[in-house]
Write a protein that binds this ligand. Structure first.
Ligand code: NDP
Length: 448
């Protein structure tokens, strides 16, 4: 008779939790997972996937305009938010079903309810049932932050934005990070008057300054209003349903929708972690070592709840490494160096490695190569929008330590180039590669 009901109990069926459950089960572990919302987690249900589909959907506004220069008649084309929203929701439902099937076919038991810890080896489900497990994995992700100011509840977050009953005429997006810039692009393309307001003097702080400056310049050209150093004082709901946003400097903005996109906080409130002595960071993150183990030996955590790198592919790798290490007799850790990332703004940004400023702080001998160009299709479309590719190299051998792109499809272009940066190739290696012509990616091997 086994000592515990399960070898592994996972709390949270998002990207990290699902991967960990499936791999642990494939190694022969008896696994159960509890999910209080929907299987798939933030990325599939209310993050990367529906967002990317909205990016595609909204971009047709520009594509249809540009198509006319390519000989197409697009007059009379109309847009229906309900159709896009409902089709995206249907795709999310389909993926949720697939995730559930994957767990089922790997014999992972799913409890569609909340679980909280009641001991170092036990959890209680909201139905009241108590379950014991040799190991417990916390994979509860993160939750959108909302500031503690009067009327903040009149705003929505990325949790609600995918199911808007109708598109607003005006939107204020609070924040200057990933979600703010991505939704500024989506809403603006769909004809919403967008104000992006952030509290600091920069947007996308972790990205290369010049690339970000280019995004700000292009966004403003596309009529997105960007305001820096904005301090929210209060939000007042007016009689006509609109919102009045007050800045601490006395200025106000009137809007129909306020989207909070000011960061995401590890989702640990009420999980019972502190009661059993699990060490949490000041933001509530579960503190773990590189083996994903907390200070309580039977409790592990992966993904956004650990607040190391809040990205889906990282949560997946952490979940996989955890399962291989604990149940597959194959101890592995995740390498966090050279993680390629993209912001699906309009145009998108993609980046890997060190920014120019970071490289200069870390290396004595830094050089920057650039290509500032207009994509061929933008030329014919008469769209005065330039792309910028930037390569940061260090040392006498000119090793590429950073690549930063803004321009059409930059996320698609960067992934392959990121392999070269990760493999520590040099500028000469790029130059030795024959250009694939005509393409935007050929600029990577033609930089001056
Ligand atoms: P981010 O951490 O990316 O950005 C938060 C932004 O909000 C920053 O610009 C910050 O400014 C600003 N901010 C913070 N507090 C306030 C405030 N009180 N008033 C106004 N502005 C404020 O958060 P997101 O919510 O956009 O995204 C959360 C995480 O989700 C990201 O970090 C990312 O890891 C992940 N994500 C990834 C995506 C992708 O890979 N494409 C897409 C979406 C999300 P400052 O920097 O000056 O403090």
């Amino acid at each position: 008779m086994a000592q515990f009901d399960y070898d592994l109990f996972v709390i949270g069926a998002g990207s990290g939790g699902v991967r960990a459950s499936r791999i642990a089960a494939s190694h022969g572990a008896r696994v159960a997972v509890a999910e209080e919302h929907r299987v798939g987690g933030t990325c599939v249900i209310r993050g990367c996937v529906p967002k990317k589909l909205l990016v595609y959907g909204s971009h047709f506004a520009e594509d249809l305009k540009d198509a006319q220069r390519f000989g197409w008649t697009t007059e009379g084309a109309t847009f229906d938010w309900n159709i896009l929203r409902d089709n995206v929701a249907a795709e999310v439902n389909r993926l949720e079903g697939l995730y559930g099937q994957t767990l089922g076919s790997n014999k992972v038991e799913i409890f569609h309810e909340r679980a909280v810890l009641t001991g170092t080896n036990s959890v209680q489900l909201s139905s009241g049932r108590t379950i014991s497990a040799a190991n417990i994995l916390i994979a509860t992700g993160a939750w959108p932050s909302v500031p503690d100011i009067p009327g903040a509840g009149h705003g929505i977050t990325s949790n609600e934005v995918f199911s808007l009953p109708e598109l607003p005429k005006r939107a204020v997006i609070a924040g200057g990070g990933y979600i703010a810039n991505e939704f500024a692009g989506i809403f603006n393309e769909l004809g919403v008057k967008v104000n992006l307001v952030t509290h600091g003097d920069r947007v996308l702080r972790s990205y290369d300054d010049e690339i970000v400056d280019k995004l700000v310049q292009i966004s403003r050209h596309k009529r997105i209003v960007i305001r820096f150093n904005f301090r929210f004082k209060s939000i007042i709901k007016q009689d006509d349903g609109s919102l009045l946003i007050e800045n601490t400097d006395g200025s106000t903005i009137e809007t129909d929708l306020l989207l909070w996109a000011i960061g995401r906080t590890p989702h640990t409130i009420g999980l019972g972690l502190e009661d059993i002595g699990v060490q949490l960071g000041k933001d509530g993150a579960v503190m773990v070592g590189e083996d994903n183990r907390s200070n309580v030996p039977s409790i592990y955590a992966v993904g956004d709840v650990t607040n190391r790198v809040q990205l889906t592919p990282i949560a997946i790798r952490e979940g996989h490494a955890f399962a291989d290490s604990v149940f597959g007799n194959n101890p592995r850790t995740v390498n966090y160096e050279c993680i390629p990332t993209a912001v699906f703004s309009n145009p998108p940004i993609a980046s890997v490695g060190l920014t120019e400023a970071e490289a200069r702080a870390q290396h004595a001998d830094v050089k920057v190569y650039k290509s500032d160009f207009r994509a061929m299709k933008n030329v014919l479309a008469d769209r005065n929008e330039r792309a910028l590719y930037k390569m940061v190299v260090a040392g006498p051998e000119e090793r590429v330590v950073g690549l930063h792109l803004i321009g059409p499809d930059s996320g698609e272009i960067l992934q392959a180039a990121a392999i070269a940066v990760k493999a520590k190739l040099t500028k000469q290696d790029f130059d030795d590669t024959v250009a694939l012509h005509p393409s935007m990616s050929e600029e990577l091997v033609l930089m001056k």
